[in-house]
Design a protein around this ligand. Structure first.
Ligand code: PMP
Length: 421
């Protein structure tokens, strides 16, 4: 079970926070022994409210790219905080950051800054509708684009009109993409695409280049805009929009999470075609012009340009993937590792109710490694080969636990356990 401090915080939270917690950390989404509350992070490590330290393979669900508390990025943030953060208007940093992002992202001629990924995806939708004067969106079923009424994955508080004008296709399925575009007909405003299939609970899938090219063609044929939602994958696939590796350039791309290494800022980037429409929509927020996160963003982008962080992440991810494959196989478990090596997701074969995944994740946690049983994880540049090797040692022991637990069950329970595999 979780520690005493965590337990007490949970009890207090139940009184003053609806459901005790909301969103992606809602109570019950993770194994019971997972901590709900944390006290700090340093580099690749996370400390929970009870003072237990973990190698953190979630990286705050993405924002941690260069390490928690990365000194140069934090120094830039703190410096600007002292000079001035939320002011009556933006600082020069806003222009500098827009220049840095458009210089880095091939398709982008302009940038607008906001706070969360949902702000950016909602602005992308509005820009496409303003550009075309049309309403319909084509989206891949199951793809996450945020938590506003038009895209939140749960039905609470959402009315059918919030979801009107949406047509769904299956990711990487060209025929279903064409069918959804046909359904949208003359009303097509935008095709939204995740850079790869990174839905929760299922195997991740790389984008089929033919699917990406067809999305580009269909958007062009219909005078609609193509949007790549890079909020999650941005900067862990490329130092550019993630579909640039396929040679496909969207009209709009959305960014967030790690672009300032965890400091709060997100962005909508676009090409000249979409500039007038982007200027026409009214979007803003009390904190959107604040300078400190922009200073952190500039420093993060400098590290993106000037270091080999991406190649190191890929190398570490490959070491983790190969090592885990060998250890799972040696223990007799089928572990599917999907997604880019920098953003892996692990699912066990024959584990429809995630019983094995939950048990293995708990066993990892007990050994000081925070993994997620059904969401993609993230590597960060503060990780070292020694960290990966520690994770692999923990994994070996966690697989042994799983095997032993199957062995210690009575025959009926054992059958159920094995059937669940
Ligand atoms: N799009 C994608 C692909 C995401 O992964 C997320 C967040 N997980 C969002 C949009 C929304 O971002 P935020 O939570 O910052 O609003």
């Amino acid at each position: 079970m979780s520690g005493l401090v965590d337990k007490s915080l949970r009890a207090r939270a139940e009184a003053v926070i609806p459901g005790g917690m909301y969103g992606h950390q809602s109570v019950g989404l993770l194994p019971d022994d997972y901590p709900q509350f944390f006290s700090g992070g340093d580099g690749a490590h996370l400390t929970d409210a009870d003072g237990r330290r973990y190698l953190d393979l979630m990286c705050a669900y993405g924002p941690n790219l260069f390490g928690y508390g990365q000194p140069q990025i934090n120094a830039a943030y703190v410096r600007q905080l002292e000079i001035g953060d939320a002011l009556t208007g933006p600082t020069a940093l806003m222009v500098e950051l827009a220049e840095a992002m458009t210089a880095m992202v091939t398709h982008a001629d302009w940038a607008m800054f906001c706070k969360n990924g949902t702000d950016a995806t909602t602005m992308a939708m509005m820009t496409a509708r303003a550009h075309t004067g049309r309403k319909a969106l084509v989206l891949a079923k199951g793809a996450y684009h945020g938590a506003a009424p038009w895209c939140t994955p749960r039905p609470g508080g959402v009315v059918p009109s919030d979801r009107a004008h949406q047509h769904f296709c299956a990711y990487n399925d060209i025929a279903s993409l064409e069918a959804a575009v046909a359904q949208a007909g003359d009303d097509l405003a935008a095709i939204f695409a995740a850079p790869f299939r990174h839905d929760a609970f299922i195997d991740q899938a790389p984008p089929d280049p033919a699917y990406a090219r067809r999305a580009r063609e269909l958007a062009d044929q219909h005078g609609a805009l193509l949007v790549v939602d890079d909020v999650r994958a941005g900067l862990r696939v490329a130092r550019d929009c993630s579909w640039s590796v396929l040679g496909v350039q969207p009209d709009l791309s959305t960014w967030g999470k790690c672009i300032a290494n965890g400091h709060p800022i997100s962005a909508l980037l676009g090409n000249d075609k979409a500039r007038k429409a982007a200027a026409s929509i009214y979007v803003t927020g009390s904190f959107w012009y604040a300078g400190a996160a922009m200073a952190a963003g500039l420093e993060t982008l400098r590290l993106v340009r000037e270091t080999d962080y991406l190649e190191r992440l890929q190398g570490l991810g490959m070491r983790l993937r190969t090592g885990l494959h060998d250890r799972a196989a040696a223990a007799g478990f089928g572990l599917r590792q999907t997604g880019p090596e920098t953003m892996p997701l692990f699912l066990f074969d024959d584990d429809p109710d995630l019983r094995l995944g939950f048990a293995w994740s708990s066993a990892m946690l007990a050994r000081g490694v925070y993994v997620h049983p059904w969401h993609n994880m993230f590597l960060c540049a503060a990780m070292t080969q020694a960290d990966i090797d520690a994770a692999l040692n923990a994994a070996e022991a966690a697989f042994a636990d799983l095997k032993r637990d199957a062995g210690s069950l009575g025959p009926v329970e054992k059958l159920a356990f094995l059937a669940a595999r």
